[in-house]
Design a protein around this ligand. Structure first.
Ligand SMILES: [Zn+2]
Length: 435
């Protein structure tokens, strides 16, 4: 007998977690997504869909399928989720990270919230439609991607570059990271819809000096110059810039929590938001965090060159200005090399699709109030946006009030509440039917 989507989602999520798709960012040591991609493709074929599997590199597989809608002349909706997960060290976990164990009403494992939960939700909903003969209002393109956790080169970016025809007619998209609840009170939950994400600007900075013997007095040491500059950047706070998304978010939150938030000086108010403060705090300014250092080859030799990697994240429209500010902090003598750059995204919190999200949430949770927010990280949306697709983070999930959701992302003991997952299926189903 066919299981309803709200039950099947549990099996699907656990199965996906059990398939190790660890992405280390290095082709040699990554597990690859092939196993999970084949699993998803089988589940889609079983119900009469025609999924295509694309392998960008051996083992690095993505799956795409199109579900024809009642009115194919309308723009299609892209529903996307990534199949890879970040590494997990089993010795640090309470359960094995690839066990998919159910304990305390949660499904535990790497990928439980990032993002095999949503992968499973979309799969469960679509399988139910196919089995009951339901036809969505417009075409839906369902994409399960590789390599999101390492910049999307072997997943979404590959698909967009090599197979853009797969996304033909797609006008809007939903994926991570949004749609989860933040409890204000018993009868009020804010559901954070991602309408913006920061840009990525990974830089390598190089200092040069005079090489020499480690025993001499030396006033032109590349390591010293680099460390001074890197320390300045690491401690620097770039100025607060409130974008339209963050302004809208702060207004909504201020109203919901009955607190006065000065949108031009929001730091103190953000600090009061509890677990989401870290997330939101990073969306009011550009950031630059040193992450790697590289210099020298022998204990008693002063090298002529030293370098550091700086992970910079920029707000929409801030890229050029940020670079100028960064050079001021680093000083004029360092050479800056760009190693990876993706622009920030921002769209409005309006239109029929946004209304459909808010209505679907409200129908399943009368205390739901949808609010826009900006993600400080980057997602596959960056690749899909290159095709002119308007991207949202909407993977609906109702969370217990005391759960520190953002800490679970890439965290130890990542887990998703079973009830929240089932809630997500119901909301996603309603939303897609009204989209
Ligand atoms: Zn993710």
């Amino acid at each position: 007998m066919r299981k309803p989507a709200t039950d099947e989602v549990i099996d699907l999520c656990r199965d996906l977690i059990r398939i190790d798709t660890t992405n280390t960012g290095d082709l040699a040591t990554s597990a690859g997504e092939r196993g999970a991609a084949e699993y998803v493709a089988t589940k889609l074929s079983e119900v009469g869909l025609d999924p295509q599997l694309f392998e960008s590199r051996p083992g690095r597989a993505s799956v795409v399928t199109r579900i024809p809608g009642a009115d194919s002349s309308r723009g299609a909706l892209l529903v996307h989720g990534h199949l890879d997960v970040v590494p997990a060290d089993a010795s640090e976990w309470s359960v094995h990270p690839f066990s998919g164990e159910i304990k305390d009403d949660f499904i535990w494992g790497r990928g439980a919230v990032d993002m095999k939960d949503f992968d499973a939700m979309a799969l469960a909903v679509v399988r139910e439609w196919q089995q009951t003969g339901y036809v969505p209002p417009r075409d839906i393109v369902l994409a399960y991607t590789a390599d999101e956790e390492a910049g999307s080169d072997y997943g979404a970016a590959f698909l967009v570059d090599e197979h853009p025809e797969l996304f033909e007619g797609c006008t809007e998209a939903i994926g991570e990271v949004g749609g989860f609840s933040y409890t204000v009170s018993n009868d009020l939950r804010l559901y954070m819809i991602q309408t913006a994400e920061k840009g990525i600007d990974w830089l390598r900075v190089h200092a040069t000096g005079r090489p020499g013997h480690g025993s001499f007095v030396h006033d032109d040491n590349a390591v010293t110059a680099l460390c001074e500059a890197v320390a300045r950047v690491g401690r620097h706070r770039f100025p607060v810039v409130v974008t339209p998304t963050v302004r809208a978010f702060l207004e909504e939150v201020g109203e919901a929590l009955h607190i006065e938030i000065d949108p031009d000086d929001p730091e103190a108010a953000i600090a009061k938001l509890g677990p989401i403060a870290t997330m939101i705090g990073a969306t009011i300014r550009n950031t630059a965090n040193p992450t790697r250092l590289n210099a020298g080859y022998k204990d008693n030799v002063i090298p002529g060159r030293a370098s550091a990697t700086i992970d910079c994240r920029t707000l929409p429209g801030q890229f050029e200005l940020f670079r100028e500010q960064l050079v001021e902090v680093l000083g004029p003598d360092l050479e800056i090399e760009s190693i990876h750059r993706q622009p920030a995204l921002e769209t409005g919190f309006d239109g029929a699709l946004v209304d459909a999200m808010a209505l679907a949430l409200k129908a399943e949770d009368p205390g739901a109030h949808a609010v826009p927010y900006m993600l400080s990280g980057g997602t596959d949306a960056k690749s899909f946006a290159r095709l002119g697709i308007r991207c949202f983070g909407f993977a609906p999930l109702r969370l217990p009030p005391d759960l520190n959701f953002s800490a679970l992302f890439h965290g130890i003991d990542e887990r998703v509440p079973v009830e929240g997952l089932q809630f997500g299926v119901r909301v996603l189903d309603r939303f897609l039917r009204q989209s």
